[in-house]
Design a protein around this ligand. Structure first.
Ligand code: ATP
Length: 251
């Protein structure tokens, strides 16, 4: 059963077509990664699913139901959560208040406390720093806080936009571990990453976006061995004339 399905999705910003006829499937409980260069349309894809940008064409289904054009707050209610690029924390608010924002619709204090406990169990440093203002956290801590805030909404589908961006290797490894742990807890993950090696190692299936279209898709292991992916996204060859997409399931 797929938790998410995009069928021919097109998104435009005025005359700029950011996504063109994109179809993809995310199986329940899996990790699917989306690779692509700057401007390929990765963030736009996540925003379209989260109800943050309107569709110019195509359909988005969640658990088989058409959610195309659904407003962002309804997507959140359905358990679809975006952990945005650049963290987007409220820098002058405390860590605790930032986390509470992730569950702002929740009325039960007991449930709020349970969710906070879960986040602090996953990120003990956030627990220690709960009263600190978010803007004064390190980059890695801010990424943890952004993930924590997304988890506060108790998502079933969590979409990460470039969680490793700007972080030191040690912190990237920690983020990768956390993404795996979140997935093992039963949350389906969509992972947008420029760090293609990391994303393909973490995921079971991958899509490569180029100029707003799916250029390539396949099992992550197959993509890791694909000469085109190696040359363009993993930097493993320096061929002047890189191979064309070769994966069987391309397009
Ligand atoms: P990056 O890795 O740099 O974040 P991306 O793959 O996430 O890139 P998007 O941010 O989805 O790419 O952008 C896709 C295209 O849409 C780009 O050409 C970008 O300039 C354009 N675009 C994105 N947001 C807007 C906007 N609000 N208004 C106009 N054009 C936009």
């Amino acid at each position: 059963m797929s938790i998410l399905e995009l069928d021919g999705v097109t998104v435009a910003y005025g005359s700029v077509i950011a996504l063109r006829d994109v179809s993809l499937v995310v199986p329940e409980g899996g990790i699917v990664c989306i690779l692509g260069a700057n401007g390929a349309g990765k963030s736009t894809l996540l925003k379209a699913v989260a109800g943050l940008v309107p569709l110019a064409g195509g359909r988005i289904r969640h658990n088989g139901e058409d959610i195309s054009g659904m407003p962002a707050y309804e997507a959140v209610t359905r358990g679809i959560m975006l952990c945005p690029e650049g963290r987007r924390l409220f820098p002058l608010m405390s860590v605790l208040d930032n986390l509470r924002m992730g569950a702002y619709r929740l009325r039960s204090r007991a449930e709020l406390a349970r969710r906070l406990d879960r986040v602090f169990a996953l990120f003990p440093r956030l627990g220690e720093r709960r009263q600190q203002i978010a803007g004064s956290l390190s980059g890695g801590e801010q990424q943890m806080a952004a993930i924590g805030r997304a988890l506060m909404a108790a998502p079933r589908l969590l979409m990460f936009d470039e969680p490793s961006l700007g972080l030191a290797p040690r912190i990237i490894a920690e983020v990768a571990r956390i993404v795996g742990e979140i997935n093992r807890a039963g949350i389906t993950v969509v992972l947008v990453e420029q760090n293609a090696r990391l994303a393909l190692r973490l995921s079971e299936y991958g899509y490569v976006l180029e100029s707003g279209s799916v250029a390539l898709k396949g099992d992550s292991r197959t993509l890791l061995d694909d000469p085109y992916v190696k040359a363009i996204y993993l930097g493993e060859t320096t061929a002047d004339d890189p191979p064309r997409p070769t994966t069987e399931e391309q397009g």
